[in-house]
Design a protein around this ligand. Structure first.
Ligand SMILES: [Zn+2]
Length: 176
């Protein structure tokens, strides 16, 4: 396993469309393991392969939502989930807003409105087809990560004015 460098805006790779995974093999499983290690190291809850420069349709998510018992290490709340070739098959008409962030746009957040619920089809790490409906933060995170596979960032869902302000703040942050 390895912690991979995270690709940040304005890297052009974040604007490309990722390729479907042709076969779920050991190389894909190794990529998934590296992605989890990278995501945990960066304190993220979701990561798409394109964010580590791998142009394949792979997403990992771990909301780490479970309340910890006293004395339990942070790692005890882990609930890693990998999604290969994930596809949105349904989106609810109802929408909700979350304050979203992205490891490729460090320390910047904005309210993004998306469908509240979504239905997703994907391959698991054994290559089996799975399908499930998600809501709440899991739904938001899933839509955010699938966007990455299509070269879309959360800042594309906010106004041009807000996007401009956010990128200016990021610029300032980077210059120190
Ligand atoms: Zn992101």
């Amino acid at each position: 396993m390895a912690i991979l460098p995270i690709v940040e805006v304005p890297d052009a790779r974040l604007r490309e469309t990722a390729e479907p995974v042709a076969e779920v093999n050991d190389a894909v499983r190794a990529t998934v393991a590296d992605m989890f290690e990278t995501m945990y190291d960066a304190h993220g809850i979701g990561l798409a392969a394109v964010q580590v420069g791998i142009m394949q349709r792979i997403v990992v998510i771990d909301l780490q939502e479970r309340e910890l018992e006293e004395g339990e290490p942070r790692e005890a709340a882990r609930d890693p989930r990998a999604f290969i070739n994930p596809e949105l098959s349904w989106l609810s008409e109802e929408t909700s807003s979350y304050n979203e962030g992205c490891l490729s746009i460090p320390e910047q957040y904005a309210e993004v409105t998306r469908p509240t619920r979504c239905r997703v089809k994907w391959l698991d790490t054994t290559g089996a087809t799975q399908e499930a409906e998600f809501d709440g933060l899991m739904s938001t995170c899933m839509q955010h990560e699938i966007d990455h596979l299509n070269g879309v960032l959360f800042i594309d869902h906010i106004s041009r004015l807000k996007r401009g302000m956010l990128l200016k703040k990021l610029d300032k942050l980077r210059r120190g």
